[in-house]
Write a protein that binds this ligand. Structure first.
Ligand code: PLP
Length: 420
């Protein structure tokens, strides 16, 4: 009897099973960038375009009502997936980046003034850093970053010192997209709230690693992208507690978010619609709903356990390779493993792996401040998902060994005290 993951890999992920590029098979290990769509997601997308396509909230006719019901159903699925109090706390966006921008803009409009302080961290993806930097620049507020320790954890003592300055908001990732550090979110939220500071969580890398619900985490906001949870691109979620969504002014305006308008005044819809100006990505929302239902059906705990085991196996295998240095040693790691093999450049390693049919990510992974903190210009990142196999990680190890030995033979001093 085959394992559950072998069965679903063959049944549900045609792109993984048949992955090829230029006529060669490909081992896909870049799931932190994007995951492959599960087959039920492909069906949901097809079903949407075949039988559901009509605009929402504007039509009285049957098709429009059906499309609207499907959007609201996905809102409910998202609320349950996140452990939110109600579907009224789920705003659909174009993805994690758009969620962070929407929130930062709303926060700037409603909450920030010159002299205020906003916190982010040294380990953020640019998507959870630049929107806050811009919000601060526009309002005259200050942005400060919580530093990262040598092990690749957030420095919580430094956070405490920053919290003494009563910041308005802390924007923090649940899982680092470079080090895989799993941040102690509840502890962070408790400390922040005690200082009157709101907490916004970038959960882009955390949705498959069994993140606790938003009420358990006690965060005020949380965002993620559909395409990192086996769903389509171009859609994501911004969770905001009901009280916060009520309080914030929408930074984007247009159709679908107005309840009344006069010459000089406008009354916005309440709840998530207030933040969803214009026609949403209806097909994407249908796909996102199918993706989250799929993860629930496979079993979120099972997925998290499998991905953890694969990551630990990858780490064990990569540690066998002389000259290769894994970044960070956090207490808890999820999703990604990054490494360097100086003096080889990350780009060259990824190209060598690509020439052997293995897809990994190289560069700064949109986290330049973190790489600067680590004294690096880039790294190579491996990120297995539950549909990957130990054999694929063995193949990665063999390909890497071959690449490093080949470079050594060519006279590159790999592992000889070079700083990565
Ligand atoms: N935040 C983190 C931690 C990420 O890893 C990513 C993407 O890799 C993002 C935000 C941005 O996600 P998207 O490009 O889907 O908006």
């Amino acid at each position: 009897m085959a394992d559950w993951h072998t069965i679903i890999r063959e049944r549900d992920f045609p792109m993984i099973e048949q992955a090829e590029c230029d006529g060669r098979p490909v081992i896909y290990l870049d799931n932190a960038a994007t995951t492959q769509c599960a087959r039920p997601v492909l069906w949901a997308l097809e079903n949407y375009w075949r039988s559901q396509h009509a605009n929402v909230y504007r039509g009285v006719y049957c098709l429009s009502r059906r499309a609207e019901a499907a959007v609201e159903e996905t809102r409910q699925i998202c609320a349950e997936f996140l452990g939110a109090a109600s579907a009224g706390e789920i705003v659909f966006t174009g993805g994690a980046t758009q969620s962070a921008n929407l929130l930062a803009d709303a926060f700037a409009l409603t909450e920030l003034k010159p002299g205020d302080l906003v916190l982010s961290t040294e380990m953020e993806h640019h998507s959870n850093l630049l929107p806050w930097r811009e919000a601060c620049r526009r309002t005259g507020a200050e942005l400060a970053l919580v530093p990262v320790t040598e092990e690749g954890e957030l420095d919580l003592d430094a956070l405490d010192r920053l919290l003494e300055r009563r910041p308005k908001l802390l924007a923090v990732c649940a899982v680092s997209n470079v080090l895989g550090t799993v941040n102690p979110l509840r502890e962070i939220a408790d400390r922040a709230h005690a200082a009157g500071c709101a907490v916004a969580v970038d959960a882009a890398q955390a949705m498959r690693c069994c993140l606790p619900g938003v009420r358990e985490l006690d965060c005020d906001f949380l965002y993620f992208s559909s395409h990192k949870v086996m769903g389509p691109t171009g859609v994501g979620v911004l969770y905001g507690s009901e009280a916060w969504l009520e309080r914030l002014t929408p930074p984007r305006t247009g159709g679908g978010m107005v309840s009344a308008i006069r010459e000089d005044t406008v009354l916005y819809e309440r709840g998530p619609l207030k933040f969803e100006a214009g026609t949403p990505n209806l097909a994407g929302i249908a796909g996102l709903g199918a993706a989250l239902e799929y993860l629930q059906a496979v079993g979120r705990r099972r997925i998290a356990k499998r991905e953890k085991a694969l990551l630990q196996y990858a780490e064990k295998r990569l540690r066998e390779l002389p000259g290769l240095r894994i970044l960070g040693a956090p207490k808890q790691r999820a999703g990604v493993l990054s490494f360097v093999a100086p003096p080889l450049q990350a780009y060259d390693i990824a190209m060598l792996l690509d020439s052997q049919g293995i897809a990994v990510r190289s560069g700064s992974h949109c986290a330049i401040p973190l790489h600067r903190r680590l004294g690096l210009s880039g790294s190579v990142r491996v990120s297995p998902a539950f549909y990957n196999t130990a054999e694929e990680l063995d193949a990665l190890t063999v390909a890497l060994r071959r690449s490093l030995e080949g470079a050594k033979k060519a006279g590159v001093p790999v592992g000889e005290n070079a700083r990565g």
